[in-house]
Design a protein around this ligand. Structure first.
Ligand code: HEM
Ligand SMILES: N/C(=N/c1cccc(CO[C@@H]2CCNC2)c1)c1cccs1
Length: 353
């Protein structure tokens, strides 16, 4: 089984990298021997780099795939200790942040033996209290796991969670993230001066750290990757969902809207101004972000580019359409084949709960 997946990956990867038949066959013989002797095989850096980029290209739910060939790939497979893994993750945060000019980056640790318990390297804690939720409700269960491991949050709405790193199934180790490497953006509105009084902020760089990168049958269970945000993720979901930061009623009342009935569309008006504020604030702070219209246009270019490359595009319509004004994008009006192709990024079993 592993040989079949390796053969399929190497064949496609070497073709895309413009390598000769003999080079490919030589490499396949080498891998065949390695699998016979050790039961597994090791990727070259080039195979790892191109495999991680192919996996982004194959991510059906991702609207940002136009830039798949620009992914920065760091090879951290030689790193063994939790302390050294934490150092690499701090470096990833700094390199990717780049003062706000975000660089799409992935750091790949050794296959199978490392788990990062965080969903994203930088994320806010969530606490359930009898008076309601403090912080990000999506983080409640992971925050509990951190507290069971000895972490204590300050219980503000924006506590940055520690890194939780587990090697070879041992007790995981906690590493608070140095505040000076975490870039955050205060949210204000171009014309509503009261907006800053809501005291909203969000972190600059989304770094997904709980997915498994699968390349040619090898599973990289710790391979955190980042891009930049699309504004709606923050403005139409994180701040807007009534089970997240639930800001729409407050914004609507500050705007003086009639919230007594749905048909005044007060929620929609508040939503638009919140999304305008997010885009305005990231731009003002010099932090990379993309609006959903531009992102959809870039995705259209990706579809054309793949067509020209002779590859079929696969996609998940329900995830690709933005949560705000979806029908204003071409994506809404088109069919997408949701076939799963590898290399790719996959969910994996939660190591806690
Ligand atoms: C460069 C800017 C990027 C933008 C603007 C972008 C945008 C997005 C958005 C909006 C989603 C949906 C997220 C949600 O609804 O919660 C998504 C999903 C996804 N993206 Fe991208 N992305 C970018 C880069 C990347 C990179 C660098 C990778 C990996 C190397 C990646 C892999 C994925 C994957 C695997 C998903 C699906 C996640 C899941 O199933 O939960 N994206 N992307
Ligand atoms: N802009 C982004 N957005 C996301 C990409 C992938 C996943 C997520 C978060 O997904 C959560 C799980 C399902 N919805 C929220 C957000 C990126 C993160 C890392 C690279 S690009």
């Amino acid at each position: 089984m592993l040989w079949k997946e390796a053969e399929q990956f190497i064949t496609l990867c070497y073709e895309e990298l413009g390598k000769s038949e003999e080079e490919k066959n030589k490499r396949l013989q080498q891998i065949k021997r390695e699998i016979e002797q050790c039961g597994t095989y090791e990727h070259t850096y080039e195979e790892l780099e191109h495999g991680a980029r192919m996996a982004w290209r194959n991510s059906n739910r991702c609207i940002g795939r136009l830039f798949w060939q620009t992914l920065h790939v760091f090879d951290a497979r030689m790193i063994e200790r939790e302390e050294d893994i934490a150092e690499r993750l701090f470096y990833h945060i700094e390199f990717a942040t780049n003062g706000g000019k975000i660089r799409p980056t992935i750091t790949i640790f050794r296959p199978e033996r490392v788990r990062i318990w965080n969903h994203q390297l930088i994320r806010y804690a969530g606490y359930e209290t009898e008076h309601g939720t403090i912080g990000d409700s999506s983080s409640i269960s992971f925050t509990k796991a951190c507290e069971q491991l000895g972490w204590k949050g300050e219980r503000t709405h924006f506590d940055i969670l520690p890194l939780v790193i587990q090697v070879d199934g041992r007790k995981p180790k906690l590493f608070p993230i140095p505040k000076d490497i975490v870039l955050e953006v205060p949210i204000e509105h171009p014309t509503f001066s009261w907006f800053r009084d809501l005291q909203l902020k969000w972190y600059a760089v989304p770094i997904i750290s709980d997915m498994c990168l699968e390349i040619g049958g090898i599973r990289y269970t710790a391979a955190p990757f980042n891009g930049w945000y699309m504004g709606t993720e923050i403005g139409a979901r994180n701040f807007a969902d009534d089970y997240r930061y639930n800001m729409l009623p407050k914004i609507a009342s500050c705007m003086g809207l009639d919230t007594s009935r749905n048909s005044t569309l007060w929620k929609d008006q508040a939503l638009i101004e919140l999304n305008i504020a997010v885009l305005y604030s990231y731009k003002k702070a010099g932090v990379s972000i993309v609006d959903h219209h531009t992102a959809a246009q870039q995705f259209k270019r990706f579809e054309q580019q793949e067509q020209e490359a002779g590859r079929k595009v696969t996609g998940s319509w329900t995830w690709l359409i933005p949560p705000l004004s979806p029908a204003t994008t071409h994506i809404f009006h088109q069919y997408y084949d949701n076939t799963i192709v590898t290399p790719n990024y996959f969910y994996q079993q939660l190591p806690y709960e």
